[in-house]
Design a protein around this ligand. Structure first.
Ligand code: NI
Length: 255
């Protein structure tokens, strides 16, 4: 399903820009196999600057444009990746990681960069980790075709933000403990038990693969608001959610 030309990329190296420079030229592309964004004409990936050094672009990464709520790519079910070890997937993953780091996110799903494939990347920094089993720091992880299974009926509220819903934060109920699995671009299978923030990040990212954004999971929309307003005042009380709110850093919660 994946086609190398299905998303736009442009090497910073090739155009000689600073690492933090956004690339406004990177435009939304139709998702692989999708219908919703089909009005944008495709442009050959290897056109222009890449011609100068054939093959050299493999090592380069690109910061991709992030789709925002309302774009159809965020509403559709992303397709399974037929070959997780394909070079195109490695390149997509590298670009997603660079995009996530540039945005100071803690996770990113492929549909957020206009690629409708079941790929997510995430990490849990030590400052975000809790003390229950499965909620420790997690190194940068790539999951292809991930599957989530809740371990028990318990849910908990916690603050979330999303790079595709910029500026907002909201309290979202999530499974407290889950088991998740997936495949890496090296073809290795990952299976982990997760709890707390770790479990929340994985559920948030995998929701993107099914066209679900966190506000769609919220049960009390009075707990949705602009992050700067909610930080200025004390966030509204919501059961056990206050403790999480003290640490809420939407730019690092995402998502
Ligand atoms: Ni998100």
């Amino acid at each position: 399903m994946f086609q190398p030309s299905s998303y736009q990329r442009k090497s910073r190296i090739a155009v000689g820009r600073a690492a933090s420079t956004r690339e406004p030229e990177v435009i939304s592309q139709p998702a692989a196999g999708g219908k919703g964004a089909g009005s944008v004409p495709r442009k050959p990936l290897e056109s222009g600057l890449y011609r100068a050094r054939p093959g050299a672009h493999i090592d380069r990464m690109a910061i991709l444009k992030i789709a925002r709520m309302g774009h159809p790519v965020l509403r559709q079910r992303a397709a399974e990746v037929a070959d997780p070890k394909a070079p195109e997937i490695k390149r997509l993953v590298a670009d997603m990681i660079e995009t996530m780091e540039d945005a100071h996110g803690t996770g990113l799903a492929a549909p957020q960069v206009h690629v409708s494939l079941r790929v997510v990347v995430f990490k849990v920094m030590g400052v975000r980790a809790g003390d229950q089993p499965g909620d420790g720091p997690v190194p940068l992880t790539v999951l292809i075709n991930p599957v989530i299974e809740p371990l028990g009926p318990e849910t908990e509220l916690g603050w979330e933000a999303c790079l595709s819903v910029p500026g907002l934060m909201g309290a979202v109920p999530r499974w407290t403990r889950i088991r998740y699995s997936g495949v890496t671009p090296e073809g290795e299978r990952i299976e982990r038990v997760a709890a707390g923030f770790h479990a929340r990040v994985v559920q948030h990212e995998c929701d993107h693969l099914d066209g679900t954004l966190y506000p769609m999971r919220m049960t009390d929309l009075s707990l949705l608001g602009f992050a700067d307003e909610m930080r200025r005042a004390a966030p509204p009380a919501a059961g056990g959610v206050e403790a999480a709110a003290e640490e809420a850093e939407p730019e690092t919660v995402e998502a």
